[in-house]
Design a protein around this ligand. Structure first.
Ligand code: SF4
Length: 457
């Protein structure tokens, strides 16, 4: 019996069928600054996977970056819009003429979107809406955000810039200006990419998360076939559906914050609120130019806990603010005793160059500040230790941040944000790696951290 010789046949690798990316045409008018804007928009679109079209015919959508410096430039811009409409029909207008949206719409009602100068995210969002990118890992290789400085398993997600408040101790509004919110669809696109790239926890940040969308009148945008308002509640719900932990930071205590608590109870977003109350005394809050309804806040925290018993409230407080009396400080201590917040950061007031608080009378002497700070830290450490001790014996979900070679690992429960809150130290955690989320039985606690062992690992 003879065996046929074994032969191997070389096969050409199958050609990979890539979906073709949408093509964008660009007409850039005006000065070199406008040209740089056009380059930035195109660079962003390229990084999102779009290709460029050299002519009207091949473009899925045409961007006209207008100039409105002189009447003649405006006329030239309007002519360019007219030409793009006639040649292609799917036109987005951006640039200086964006300020005259009504005049453009009156003349060209078919224009898909109009955005102003330097509104890169608006233009890019309008292109995504007009010519959606087919889902493909090969087209969207470049992440939405250029560089990530956090570990792969958690990411900060900035939803707005600037702030409309004028807290007396803060210079952020003078540095960064008033609130400017991002479009909800742009935020969700970034979040979706982060989750697809391995992010397990999204940390929502801004200067004032609960004010999100106020500046753009909570204008809704389409996202995966539904309307999503530029509002903290809508955004939280959508982020919660992406399958990652979602943690809200820097929430100013507006009444509508109450609306996100049911989302926490449902498990859509983490039962965690970072609300920088800063103080509890009415006098000090007024001097700080912060809302002064501390009694109502206590009631609200109680209601939040009734709806979502596991909610962790984190806050920061300033001691020694100008004019803070011993009575004010005692009021704060009593308030904290009643509020029993889960995590507290405290600062001694320091004048910051340019802050309005620097001109306030009655500065608190340094030694008094130190003494109050020490008392506050002692109180909050005791409350924290009591709250953590109550978790002994419970089984909590823990996200792993680091693991060693000796079976140890460190992670965080849903009540702990990275860098600022406590940790959960694990024993017998072999095989776990950063980003894993495991059930952990809590065996011990100290003032800040928990200690436990994975169960059913
Ligand atoms: S402390 Fe926060 S809320 Fe107040 S002005 Fe500064 S950024 Fe705005």
């Amino acid at each position: 019996m003879t065996f046929a010789p074994i032969t191997t046949m070389w096969r050409a690798p199958m050609a990979l069928q890539l979906p073709s990316p949408p093509k964008v045409g660009m007409v850039s008018l005006g000065c070199p600054k406008n040209l740089v804007d056009s380059e930035r928009i195109l660079t962003k679109l390229r990084s999102d996977g779009y290709s460029m079209s050299p002519d009207y015919a091949g473009a899925d959508v045409v961007l006209v970056n207008t100039c409105g410096f002189l009447d003649s430039a405006k006329e030239e811009s309007l002519e360019a819009i007219g030409e793009a409409i006639a040649e292609n029909g799917r036109v987005i207008v951006t640039g200086c003429m964006g300020k005259e949206a009504e005049a453009i719409r009156a003349r060209f009602p078919g224009v898909l979107a109009i955005t102003g100068a330097h509104q890169y995210e608006e233009v890019v969002g309008a292109v995504h809406e007009a010519a959606p990118m087919p889902p493909s890992a090969f087209l969207n290789l470049v992440p939405e955000r250029d560089l990530k400085l956090t570990p792969r398993h958690y990411s900060y997600l900035k939803i707005s810039e600037g702030c409309n408040h004028r807290c007396a101790f803060c210079i952020i509004p003078s540095l960064r200006g008033d609130l400017v919110s991002r479009r909800p669809d742009a935020i969700l696109r970034e979040a979706e990419k982060l989750v697809a790239a391995g992010t397990k926890e999204l940390l929502v940040i801004s200067q004032d998360t609960s004010a999100y969308g106020v500046d753009i009148r909570h204008q809704p945008r389409e996202w995966h076939g539904r309307e999503v308002r530029a509002h903290m509640t809508d955004l939280s719900r959508e982020l919660g559906s992406l399958g990652a932990w979602v943690r809200l930071h820097y929430v100013y205590p507006y009444p509508h914050v109450d609306q996100v608590i049911p989302l926490m109870a449902e498990g859509l977003i983490l039962p965690y609120l970072d609300i920088p109350f800063q103080h509890a005394s009415r006098n000090v809050l007024r001097a700080m130019k912060r809302p002064a309804n501390e009694a109502k806040v206590l009631e609200r925290i109680k209601t939040w806990r009734d709806i979502c018993p596991d909610i962790a409230v984190r806050s920061t407080f300033v001691v020694g603010f100008p004019g803070e009396t011993e009575d004010d400080f005692r009021y704060l201590m009593d308030w904290l005793e009643e509020a029993r917040l889960d995590r507290i950061g405290a600062f001694r007031f320091e004048p910051v160059e340019g802050a309005a608080a620097n001109d306030l009378p009655d500065p608190v002497p340094e030694e008094v500040k130190e003494e109050r700070y020490a008392r506050l830290m002692e109180l909050t450490a005791r409350i924290s230790a009591e709250k953590l001790e109550a978790k002994i014996g419970r089984t909590l979900d823990v996200i792993i941040d680091a693991a060693d070679d000796e079976g140890g690992a460190t992670g965080r429960s849903k009540a702990d944000a990275p860098e600022i809150d406590g940790e959960v130290h694990l024993r017998d955690a072999d095989g776990l790696k950063p980003g894993d989320i495991v059930a952990v039985e809590i065996e011990d606690a100290d003032e800040h951290d928990l200690f436990g062992v994975p169960v059913g690992n």
